[in-house]
Ligand binder design. Structure first.
Ligand SMILES: *Cc1c(COP(=O)(O)O)cnc(C)c1O
Length: 395
C-alpha cells in the first residue's frame, strides 16, 4: 500500500483520486477542481502545458537520462548557461540534484566544506525561527519545526532567530566567529506558516555576512520564479549560494539546483583532490528535467510572467480588501501567495471538503488557509478561489 506524506495513516481521509489535469484544473472522476496549491507550489504554468509536454517528449525520444559522472549532455549544459544569464550577480556555478531537500543538503555541505577547505573550524549555522528547508536530516536540523523537536530531540549548532534586525545583530555579536553560514527562506517563509518579511532584514544580513565572512544561503525552493512578486529575492539581495527547486521544471519532474557564486566555487577549485565537493545524486542533471526546465524558463520570460504575478497580487488585494472575521488573526498577501491565519486550527477543520464541493482544491495546514495558484490562472478563477476562502467564514 501507499504510505502517504505527513499523515497518520490510521485516521487519514481517502485522498481525492485524480484522473486528468489541464491548465489550472485537476479532474476526479466526477469533479473539476481549481488547484489552488499548484501541487505544492511547483505547477506555475498549469498542467499539461503543450510547450513543456512537447519538450519532454522530444527529449525522451533522444534519451531520458545519463549520469553526470564522467558524462555530460546538451540539455544540462544549456540549462547551466541559461541559469547563469537568468540569475543575478555571479551566481554562475550550478550543482544539480533531484529534490529541494537534497539541494539544501548540498548548500549546507558546500558552506561547511568551504570553511574546512580554508582551515577554519567554524561549526554553527544561523537560521530563522519557523524555518523550513526540507525533510532530510540536516535540512530538518536547520529548520525549526516542532514536530522535529518532538520526534528527534534537541539539536546543537543551530541558532534560530526571528526576522528582526536586532535579533540578527545580537546573533552576530555572539557567534560571528562560529557561523559558517546563514540560511534563510527570503521574504516568504512557506511551510512555517506563510510568514512574510521585509528585504531590509536581508540587506542587513548581507552586510553582516560580508563583515564577518559568513556565507549567505537563500533557500528559494519555494520563493524562486516569482512567487513573492520578485523573480527571485536574490534580485534584491544577492546571496553566496542560491537553492532552487519546485517551480524549476514547471512542475514536470523532481529536480533542483544549488547555485554557488565565484567566491564559493574558488574555495573548492584547487590542486588538492580533498578540496573537491563529494556529492553526486544519481539523477542530477537528468535530461528530461533539464529540457523541460529550459522551456519553463523560456515561457517565464517570453510570456511575461512577472506581469501575470502582479495581476494576481492586485486582484487578491482587491478581493480580500475589507475581509475580517473574529476567528481570523491576519490576512497576508505577497505576490502570488495569500494566507489567512486563524487563531485556532479547529476553525479550518472541514474546509478542504467545503472547498472541494465548490470546485477548489485546497490544503490548509495548522492555522493557515492559503492559496498559491498557478500563474496562468484567469481572473474569474482566482476570484472563485478567494470567494471560497471567504465563504468558509461567512457560513
Ligand atoms: C519544499 C521545500 C524544500 C524541499 O523541497 P523538496 O523538493 O520537497 O525536497 C526546501 N526548502 C523550501 C523552502 C521548500 O519550500
Amino acid at each position: 500500500m501507499i504510505w502517504y506524506p505527513y499523515e497518520q495513516m490510521k485516521t487519514m481521509r481517502q485522498p481525492y483520486k485524480i484522473v486528468d489535469a489541464e491548465g489550472v484544473y485537476i479532474y476526479t472522476e466526477d469533479r473539476k477542481l481549481i488547484d489552488s496549491v499548484s501541487s505544492w507550489w511547483c505547477m506555475i504554468h498549469g498542467y499539461k502545458h503543450p510547450v513543456l509536454t512537447e519538450a519532454i517528449k522530444k527529449q525522451a525520444d533522444r534519451f531520458s537520462h545519463v549520469m553526470l559522472g564522467g558524462l555530460t549532455h546538451e540539455p544540462v549544459t544549456e540549462l547551466a548557461e541559461k541559469l547563469r544569464d537568468f540569475l543575478p550577480g555571479d551566481l554562475d556555478y550550478c550543482f544539480f540534484s533531484d529534490s529541494g531537500s537534497v539541494a539544501v543538503e548540498v548548500a549546507l555541505k558546500m558552506a561547511l566544506q568551504f570553511n574546512t577547505n580554508r582551515g577554519s573550524g567554524r561549526d554553527m549555522v544561523l537560521s530563522l525561527q519557523k524555518a523550513y528547508h526540507g525533510d532530510t536530516f540536516k535540512a530538518m536540523e536547520v529548520g525549526d519545526d516542532e514536530d522535529y523537536h518532538f520526534a528527534f530531540g534537541e539539536k546543537k549548532g543551530v541558532v534560530h532567530i526571528p526576522t528582526q534586525t536586532e535579533a540578527l545583530e545580537e546573533a552576530f555579536r555572539q557567534y560571528h566567529d562560529r557561523f559558517y553560514c546563514f540560511i534563510a527562506e527570503p521574504l516568504l517563509q512557506g511551510a512555517g506558516g506563510m510568514r512574510m518579511y521585509d528585504a531590509a532584514f536581508l540587506k542587513r544580513a548581507r552586510e553582516l555576512c560580508d563583515q564577518y565572512d559568513v556565507l549567505l544561503i537563500f533557500d528559494e525552493v519555494a520563493t524562486g520564479f516569482g512567487r513573492t512578486g520578485h523573480r527571485f529575492a536574490a534580485d534584491l539581495v544577492c546571496p553566496d549560494i542560491l537553492v532552487l527547486g519546485k517551480a524549476l521544471t514547471g512542475g514536470y519532474i523532481g529536480h533542483a539546483v544549488t547555485v554557488a557564486n565565484h567566491k564559493v566555487f574558488q574555495g573548492f577549485y584547487s590542486d588538492d583532490s580533498r578540496h573537491a565537493l563529494m556529492h553526486g545524486p544519481t539523477f542530477m542533471g537528468n535530461a528530461l528535467a533539464c529540457s523541460v526546465a529550459l522551456k519553463s524558463i523560456e515561457l517565464f520570460e517570453t510570456e511575461n510572467y512577472m506581469e501575470k504575478i502582479r495581476k494576481i497580487e492586485a486582484v487578491t488585494r482587491r478581493e480580500m480588501d475589507g475581509f475580517t472575521d473574529p476567528r481570523v488573526k491576519e490576512v497576508r498577501i505577497m505576490g502570488g501567495c495569500v494566507c489567512v491565519e486563524v487563531y485556532d486550527p479547529g476553525t479550518l477543520k472541514g474546509f478542504q471538503q467545503f472547498a472541494y464541493e465548490r470546485g477548489v482544491f485546497s490544503r490548509p495546514f495548522l492555522k493557515y488557509m492559503y492559496a498559491m495558484v498557478p500563474y496562468v490562472i484567469r481572473e474569474e478563477e482566482l476570484v472563485k478561489v478567494l470567494d471560497v476562502m471567504k465563504e468558509w467564514f461567512e457560513r
